[in-house]
Design a binder for this molecule. Structure first.
Ligand code: NAD
Length: 456
């Protein structure tokens, strides 16, 4: 189907009002869940072909989150979409005020490749729960997962409601030329800019889930064994190709050596001495990213790892020591299994440094001192974070997930996702029997006094 054909189909579908029925949305979500469950083996095979990802990790980091969001939406969508009664102010008495949750309309979801299922499917599920139609444009880099989503969705759903359009820059550009009522984009900051500019032509609201350099602060009072274990897990999961992966570590100089030793130990416990041979260690998505990452490994600063195999697109878990903010690895988001460690002496200076850089998507702090945790949370502007662990804030659907400024705009997961795909339509209900004389001329001192009394 051409871009224009599918868009026209979805416009007609939305105009038909079918998606306004909450019962219909629940039916579609249940169908979605069944299709995924019945075809799980295809989903596992496809992701393994794309970047050698194990079944367990695919379930843990992808499908479990997708099922959770579907189940939650099925359970809660009636409540979420119920009109909300709010207080009516004195000036509008007698009257009733309600907020109606209206679907935005035709939505476009552009996905990234690193968690190809959850990044395309969770926004789509949420969009359907809120009563929108959806075109999903998955990433062309993860071609097998893109193809399997296309097959399962396009063979089973009415294309007017939900459709997968595969393709790369050309196809995405074509889509972006059309008018949508909502664009939900996950990907790089550079492409986020292109998407926002295209959306501006149609005044289309956007949610941008972007990346960034997410720091980890390690303070002297932290338990280093557990800290290292949790950093190593979050960093090398998916071979570092995670938007909220710890990008770099900022560690107090007094504990740096100890932390480095623990990090090395923990990486070996998690991934073994030879991660290349283990089926649980993920590969780099393609040659371009492999080459980019290879150049970021400062050979003279390797503390641990640094092994690469171009043919297998393999880069071992790598820790870099004696790194400064001027090193190349500190310029852009790493998005791979390379962990630079920077030592600091003075917390004030290092906070100022982080604040002067683009807003991170995530921030992590390992400390038991409440004052320090609160200070970092309050002073640094970032998307969201976890205290004394990494990545996990994104797995609580009660916490709206998203970036800030350079790392994104808007958020989703759970109810926040429903709100992202809904318009809040505010209605004041009035009766026809009472009319306040204060609205009308002649204006005089008495009316002014009364008006002020009511308003103030
Ligand atoms: P990307 O920006 O290269 O691609 C994302 C999508 O945009 C793909 O579907 C791609 O086809 C499309 N695209 C690429 N170039 C385009 C162009 N010129 N015009 C129009 N569309 C274009 O990102 P990626 O490599 O797929 O993903 C990695 C980035 O995504 C990282 O920066 C990562 O941090 C970020 N990310 C963010 C989140 C989040 O939730 N905030 C999640 C995952 C990844």
């Amino acid at each position: 189907m051409t871009t224009l054909e599918i868009i026209n189909l979805q416009r007609d579908y939305f105009f038909s009002n079918k998606t306004k029925s909450v019962k219909f949305r629940i039916e579609q979500l249940k169908k979605f869940r069944k299709i995924l469950k019945d075809n799980e083996s295809l989903l596992y095979d496809a992701i393994d072909k794309d970047f050698k990802k194990s079944k367990y990790e695919t379930y843990l980091t992808e499908l479990s989150l997708v099922y959770h969001e579907i189940n939650l939406a099925i359970k809660k969508v009636r409540k979420w979409s119920r009109p909300k009664y709010v207080w009516t102010n004195m000036a509008n008495f007698p009257g009733k005020s309600r907020i109606f949750f209206e679907p935005l309309g035709n939505s476009l979801v552009i996905g990234a490749w690193n968690y190809p299922y959850q990044l395309s499917l969770i926004p789509a599920i949420t969009a359907i729960a809120a009563g929108n139609t959806v075109i999903i444009k998955p990433s062309e880099l993860s071609e097998h997962t893109s193809a399997v989503m296309c097959k399962l969705i396009n063979e089973n759903f009415d294309s007017g409601l939900l459709y997968v359009k595969e393709g790369s820059v050309k196809e995405t550009t074509e889509l972006l030329e059309q008018r949508f009522d909502k664009i939900f984009f996950t990907g790089s900051t550079a492409v986020g800019r292109i998407v926002m500019q295209a959306a501006a032509n149609h005044l289309t609201p956007v949610t941008l889930e972007l990346g960034g350099k997410s720091p980890v602060f390690v303070l002297p009072d932290a338990s280093l064994k557990m800290t290292a274990k949790r950093i190593a897990w979050g960093k090398f999961l998916n071979a570092g190709q995670t938007c909220v992966a710890p990008d770099y570590v900022l560690v107090h100089k007094d504990i740096k050596e100890k932390l480095l030793q623990e990090l090395k130990k923990q990486v070996e416990i998690i991934h073994g001495n030879e991660p290349k041979g283990k089926e649980t260690y993920v590969r780099i998505i393609n040659k371009r990213h492999f080459d980019r990452l290879n150049k970021l490994i400062h050979r003279d600063k390797i503390y641990y790892g640094g092994e690469t195999d171009e043919e297998q697109l393999y880069i071992s878990p790598t820790i870099l020591d004696n790194i400064s903010f001027d090193d190349k690895v500190m310029e852009d988001e790493i998005f791979g299994p390379i962990l630079p460690v920077i030592e600091f002496d003075n917390l004030d200076d290092i906070i100022t440094k982080v604040k002067s850089r683009p807003n991170p998507l995530a921030l992590y702090v390992f400390s038991n001192k409440n004052k320090i945790k609160q200070r970092l949370i309050k002073e640094i502007s970032f998307g969201g974070g976890t205290v004394n662990d990494t990545i996990l804030h994104l797995s609580n659907s009660k916490l709206p997930f998203g970036g800030k400024g350079f790392s994104g705009t808007g958020n989703y997961h759970g109810k926040a996702g429903f709100d992202t795909f809904s318009h809040k339509k505010s209605i004041l209900f009035k009766g026809l029997w009472f009319e306040p004389f204060l609205k009308y001329t002649p204006y005089n001192k008495f009316k002014m006094k009364l008006l002020k009394w009511i308003i103030e």
